[in-house]
Design a protein around this ligand. Structure first.
Ligand SMILES: Nc1nc2c(ncn2[C@@H]2O[C@H](COP(=O)(O)OP(=O)(O)OP(=O)(O)O)[C@@H](O)[C@H]2O)c(=O)[nH]1
Length: 331
């Protein structure tokens, strides 16, 4: 599908229920199988349950926590029938996620006392970084904010162009490196300094009294040290314009890669001070359980979830709604 068609062919945004369809169906069929012929939650059912969650990409540690909680409930309430399992799981997983103390965001607003609010977006190539930036810009603008984008992924020429298209689509300015519009200076072997773009973007946002500036970064460098050095340089340069910048380092991870998403998150969290997460591509995958594990394992809030390619297909992650949707519960 062409780049533009992705936006325009979508008539309405994905609902959470639609987006999580595959994950829900996958988990349900496994759960059904796990309790087939059983009326009571016993050790065998718990063993099966463990397998269901591990194979649904929830991750081993988080799975063990869930099983432990169910075990305690069963011990406390003596006889718990398998018919109650769904409610029990929904209840305990919601509580587990609430335990990490990360309050859900209310809406797409940025703190009024941090102006411009600087978001640096990190993640490996192809996870949906640029798309997430475009969707975020759309939501922030819709909420009445003035938005500036910074195309600081100077390692891939296409990244610039893609962000420019998003900027035009949303109607927000995109700050590029100096070579961007100067054909003569374009040299595929020379990468303009991403830190210079980050600086320009924050300076422009400050000058224009913008509310939020979202800065893209390169997805992959030759090694972790390089990546870390570059991200550090970008942060330091932004601080020259605004000492408290960046306020947010948003790591974008691809939920459809399941356990790989965990590994990516681990590496980035070790390399830089990630303080917010976005998990993309939850539509069309049965691996959505990974959000439960990620939310539990990293003491970093999952702020956003990507549920499709359209401009409106980014939602605020609300633990309660997410778990309810996953277990097919209606209010
Ligand atoms: N189904 C689905 N596709 C998505 C989602 N988010 C992004 N994509 C698609 O994933 C592909 C990669 O997205 P990009 O935004 O280009 O990824 P990136 O991380 O910026 O990657 P580079 O531009 O290669 O650095 C695109 O085809 C997007 O349309 C999502 O939530 N759901």
């Amino acid at each position: 599908m062409g780049f533009f068609n992705k936006f325009f062919s979508k008539e309405k945004k994905e609902t959470l229920d639609n987006g999580l369809d595959k994950t829900r169906q996958g988990m349900f069929s496994k759960l059904k199988h796990a309790i087939a012929g059983k009326s009571k939650i016993d050790d065998d059912v718990l063993d099966e349950l463990e397998e269901v969650f591990v194979t649904s990409d929830v991750g081993v540690e988080t799975t063990l926590k869930i099983i432990d909680r169910i075990q305690q409930r069963v011990a406390r309430d003596h006889y718990v029938g398998t018919s109650e399992l769904n409610d029990l799981l929904c209840d305990e997983i919601t509580k587990l996620l609430a335990d990490n103390n990360n309050a859900d965001m209310e809406d797409f607003t940025v703190p009024a006392d941090k102006k411009p609010y600087v978001i640096m977006v990190v993640g490996v190539n192809g996870v949906g970084k640029t798309t997430t930036i475009g969707k975020l810009a759309y939501q922030f603008k819709k909420a009445g904010n003035r938005v500036v984008l910074g195309a600081a992924d100077t390692f891939r020429a296409a990244a610039d162009e893609q962000l420019e298209i998003w900027g035009q689509r949303v109607g927000v300015p995109v700050i590029h490196h100096d070579h961007y519009e100067d054909e003569e200076k374009k040299d595929p072997n020379k990468h303009p300094d991403p830190a210079a773009v980050a600086y320009k973007a924050v300076a422009k946002a400050k000058e224009e009294n913008a509310d939020v500036v979202i800065v893209d970064t390169a997805g992959r460098l030759h090694n972790n040290v390089n990546l870390m050095n570059q991200l550090t340089k970008m942060k330091n340069v932004m601080k020259k314009v605004l000492p408290e910048a960046p306020h947010e380092i948003l790591l974008v991870i691809d939920g459809s890669t399941g356990q790989n998403a965990f590994e990516q998150a681990k590496q980035f969290v070790a390399a830089t001070e990630v303080n917010a997460l976005a998990v993309t591509k939850l539509d069309g995958t049965a691996k959505g359980g990974v959000v439960i594990g990620i939310s539990d394992q990293f003491q970093i809030p999952v702020k956003y979830i990507g549920l499709g390619e359209g401009i409106e297909d980014l939602q605020i992650f609300r633990k309660n709604e997410f778990v309810k949707s996953l277990f097919g519960k209606k209010d």
